[in-house]
Structure formats: C-alpha cells, structure tokens
Design a protein around this ligand. Sequence first.
Ligand SMILES: [Zn+2]
Length: 296
Amino acid sequence: MNRRQQQAASEQARKRAVQLGETGDTAAVDELIDLCSHPGPTVRRAAASALGKLATDNAVHTAIPVLCLLARDPHPQVRQYALWALGKMGNEEALPVLRDRANQTSGPDYVIAAALKAMEQIDMVARKRQESSPASCSRCGRQTTGEERRLSKTQFQRAYCSACFDAVFIERRHFDMKVQNQKTILATDRTVVQSKGERQIADWLSTHKIAYRYDDKFQIIQGFATRPDFYLPQHDLYIEYWGMDTTDYKIGMLLKQKLYQQEGKSSSRSSRRTCLISTGNSWHPCGRRKTEYDPS
Ligand SMILES: [Zn+2]
C-alpha cells in the first residue's frame, strides 16, 4: 500500500470509529478495541473517544485494559482521549495508570489535566455508588458482607470487599511509609518534618506559641480523611506547604482543598517553596508572602 492509500484507509477507519461511537450500541466495543491498535494515531484517538461515548454501559468496561495502554500512547491526543474515556467509565481499576499519567512532567499540560479530571470523575462515581448502595464495595462495586463493611469502615471510613480491603491497605501502608521515610528534619520543638520549609513553619509557630498538629490524620468529613501538613486547632486553620512543585502534590492539594471547601474551613496554602522560606511573620492568610509592594 502506498502512502496515499494508507492515508485513505486510515481516514476510513477513523470515520468508522466515530460512527461506532455515535450508534450508542455496545456491540461495537470489540471492533473499537481492535481500532485502538490501528497504526494511525487519528484512528486510535477516534476509537478512544468512541469508547468514552459508550462508557455509560458497563459492557464497555472490557475496554479498560486497552485504554490504559492508549493512556501511554506516544501521541498526546491519543493519551488525552484515552484518559477522558477512562474517566467517563468511572472504574477504579484505571486509577494507577491515571496517577502515573498525572505525574508525568513531560508532554503537554492538557494530558495531565485530562488525567486529573478522570481521577476526579472516578472518585465521584465511587461516592455516588456508595450513597446509592451503601452495601456495595466502593472500589469494585461488589456486594459486601456486614463483617467486611464493619472492618473497612473502621479502618478506612469506606465500604470495601475483602479483596479491595487488602489492596487499599497495602497502598496506604506504602504511602505512609513513604511519608514517614521523608521525615528526617528536626524542628526546634522536636517535631520531625519533611523539609526545611516545613521546619521554618514549625519553628515559627512554636516561637509564637501557636499550638499546631503536624501531618495529623484528621477526619474532615464522613468517609474522607485527609492529613494537612499543619493544623492550628485554636484557629481552625490548615496550612499546606508545597514542598515540591510536582503533580503528585497538585493532585493531593486539589482534592484536599475541595474537602476543606466542602467543610467551609479556612485553608491556607503557599504555592511556591520560596514564598514560605522567606516568610517570617509576614505572610498572608493565603500563604503568599507579603512584600513592601503588597503590604495588606
Ligand atoms: Zn471490592
């Protein structure tokens, strides 16, 4: 096949994918899965998009593994549409891939945004599922036993089947260990923190005799726990310090801020390391450093 013929074939396959997405018929899933491995990127993009359009039907969830592969496609627009489709499906199976994609520092911002958005959608679906059927596992949707619910609600404030309980337990323990390993810096009041910036905040707070809790697992709303960097109980104020400008931090921040907003609590953050390193006693409630040009 010459180049022109190849282009024509690709265009035909792309049109076919678009058409299949518009039928709303889940019988098209297998054909769309095949089109996901088409050599033409515009075809793969259209196939991902079509699968996203059909996502409301659970039968389409068989396409999740192939969409997870497309989420790593060399073409950013293919990745974007695959991430979008995974978000529409709202299945937690895709979360590890989405997290990985959101953490990529290379590539266009719209791919990261698509990964973040998809994670948010999956979280929303899990919450809705939990509200409509409190007896089902909030991770896989399977019916849970009374004992499973009792155990997982005590541990995680959510209902999980025993398989998901184990998976979540390992994920959380891994995360806790990672945080714990990063705590190597001693503040004046002997609190062990993760960065020099955090030490400055801790020292400033203790110098000013402001009571605080550091990295305390603090339940904000029923079902969702969060751990703010600093919590000032006397002021009901959270301080989140962005030690790194990575997407991982941004995801956490985004989700945390949402929770804080829902609770109507005050949330204070600094978006740049330098803002707080040079803070002293002159920072805004929003965490931004006051300057002589902006003394409010
Ligand atoms: Zn489960």
